[in-house]
Design a protein around this ligand. Sequence first.
Ligand code: URA
Length: 238
Amino acid sequence: MRLDKFLVATGKCTRSVAKRQVRAGAVTVNGLAVRSADINIDEYADTVTYCGEKILYRKYTYVMLNKPEGVVSATEDGRDKTVLDLLPDGVRTRGMFPCGRLDKNTLGLVLLTDDGELAHRLLAPKSHVKKIYRFRSRFPISEEDARRFENGLVLEDGYETKPAEIRLDEGKDGGIITLVEGKYHQIKRMLEALDNKITYLERLEFGPLTLDATLARGEWRYLTDEEIAALETHASRA
Ligand code: URA
């Protein structure tokens, strides 16, 4: 693999920064500073450092996206922009997809990856990965409705939801919801079962991942090594 592609793929920098850093001597391959980013390296066998830090090659790509409104959680769509359309070429890999879907108008944390096996384990119903959302509802939620929400509701199709958590703000028309499952339009349908309506929904956490507050809507970043390790630990418990 070309050195500049390797540096971009490992999330260290963009291709133009890679070229500059290599020219400046910030990159070594097997202990020697290299001056050209278009050399080929063996990404599995060679030892590469970037600004003194050894970098690990990853077979797969893991990206955190702060999803804006109006974008669909799909790999392609004939009409709407997809979460993958928000990634620049070179970041988006073949086989990348959103690990779990948010509705078109839901905002916040989406994990994108081409690691199908890890995603499969995280999304398996038995894994009970926690998802935390900030929400607002059209009407205040009574204590009784909050208890119904927490104990499990019957949705319009007869499905009985697993116990969830709801923490209400002072005004009772918003707060934080925690789910351990991810059925289609789940929160929307749970509020509908209470004759209420979601007016704002944002995912803040997915398993061990927390939405990076420095990412503006529509922005993304690679996961850190620690975040990837936490996902793997999480998935292996599933
Ligand atoms: N529940 C919903 O209703 N919508 C989402 O996007 C996520 C959870």
